[in-house]
Ligand binder design. Structure first.
Ligand SMILES: Nc1ncnc2c1ncn2[C@@H]1O[C@H](COP(=O)(O)OP(=O)(O)O)[C@@H](O)[C@H]1O
Ligand code: SF4
Ligand SMILES: [Mg+2]
Length: 357
């Protein structure tokens, strides 16, 4: 099936966003943060949402989870098994809310330090599943086992302060799973963890989507990580989706200059250079987007029309890209540009150690 964004949406679509726009009220102004976003995730599928800080990834997740700041406005459709969450009354919305689980970057910010693991895990089971305290406790121990925590009978009595960050993230995932969601929104869920722990959480998500048929929206600023775990990757810039491809294709043959820049800016293990390439200029959010293509001030391949017209999503090999030059590919673009090689899409060079996003 081809989605409205031209991407290949799975047959059994659990979660679908159609032309979703979100605005926040900031002071007296209403400012856009997510603009006309289409994306879809099927049962058992992991879809990546990738972009620099401020691009609108978390606001997209919060739009799906109905967790926006007060005064926010949303248009379009957020479909869960075909039912539009935005058109539901409050009662129905509360009923379906447990179908959407969410885990965040910093578990310590979302877990009460005075609650034991048992308190945290059993609350949802008692409220949403109507289990007794004893039944909920048995289930909570099973959940800890599911997310790979050893000695769950002992761990369940611990407080957050007695656990490592990776272990606590597993507890958060267990909490999200406790009410058997159809969708898991993982917002930078591995970002604060060391590489080994990160790999463990990624393997866990991969197993859960296979065993439970979860549709996972995997949000990260790390394109290489998304490529490793995701079936499809959506690249976001200034609140809009600018490229949707399979992980493999986006890595081997990116079609949007922003994606090319993200790839070029990855630290490389074999690089002897003391300097990291970065995408020239600063990331922007939708509320600061210039006219035309929002990426044009940072793009080495800019055409006159890029400054005034918003490029549409066009079909490219195995997906879509929002660029007037999307059909050309990195090699042709580099050849036509004075900037030179694909690596130079990064456009600028920073001193080693400086942040690159
Ligand atoms: N609570 C908030 N109030 C006002 N603006 C916000 C709030 N949260 C995020 N924003 C703004 O919304 C835009 C998108 O933010 P966000 O979705 O958090 O980006 P990302 O997750 O991609 O880093 C940014 O300009 C950010 O400053
Ligand atoms: S539309 Fe123009 S400015 Fe935007 S990414 Fe493509 S070439 Fe660059
Ligand atoms: Mg975020």
């Amino acid at each position: 099936m081809t989605g409205s964004d031209g991407s290949h949406a799975p047959r059994d679509v659990t979660l679908a966003l159609k032309r979703v726009s979100t605005s926040l009220r900031i002071g007296t102004q209403v400012r856009p943060v997510v603009v006309q976003v289409d994306l879809a995730a099927g049962a058992g599928e992991i879809v990546g949402l990738v972009g620099e800080s401020g691009s609108g990834k978390s606001m997209t997740a919060r739009t799906i989870a109905d967790a926006l700041p007060p005064g926010a406005a949303v248009s379009g459709e957020v479909l869960l098994h075909g039912e539009n969450l935005l058109a539901m009354n409050r009662r129905r919305r509360r009923e379906v809310q447990p179908s959407i689980g969410m885990v965040f970057q910093d578990p310590r910010a979302f877990i009460d330090p005075l609650w034991r693991v048992e308190d945290h895990l059993t609350e949802g089971l008692r409220v949403h599943k109507g289990l007794s305290r004893a039944e909920a406790r048995v289930r909570a121990i099973e959940l800890l086992d599911t997310v790979g925590i050893d000695q769950p009978e002992r761990r369940i009595h611990q407080y957050p302060g007695e656990m490592s960050g990776g272990m606590l993230q597993r507890v958060m995932i267990a909490g999200a799973l406790s009410v058997e969601p159809a969708v898991l929104l993982a917002d930078e869920a591995t970002t604060a963890l060391d590489v080994t722990t990160q790999a463990g959480i990624v393997r866990l998500l991969d197993r859960l989507r296979r065993e439970r048929g979860l549709a996972v929206l995997f949000i990260t600023h790390d394109l290489a990580l998304a490529n490793a775990i995701c079936d499809r990757v959506c690249v976001m810039y200034a609140g809009r989706i600018v490229e949707v491809r399979s992980g493999r294709r986006i890595f081997d043959d990116p079609r949007h200059p922003y994606t090319m820049g993200l790839l070029a800016a990855r630290p490389k293990l074999d690089s002897r250079s003391r300097r990291l390439p970065v995408i020239h200029g600063t990331p922007i959010s939708a509320m600061d987007a210039p006219s035309g293509c929002a990426f044009h001030p940072r793009c080495p391949y800019v055409l006159p029309e890029c400054r005034s017209e918003i490029p549409p999503l066009v079909a490219v090999d195995g997906g879509v890209a929002r660029c007037f030059r999307a059909k050309e590919g990195a090699a042709r673009l580099s050849a036509s540009s004075q900037v030179g090689s694909q690596a130079n899409v990064a456009l600028a060079v920073s001193e080693e150690g400086k942040e690159c996003t």
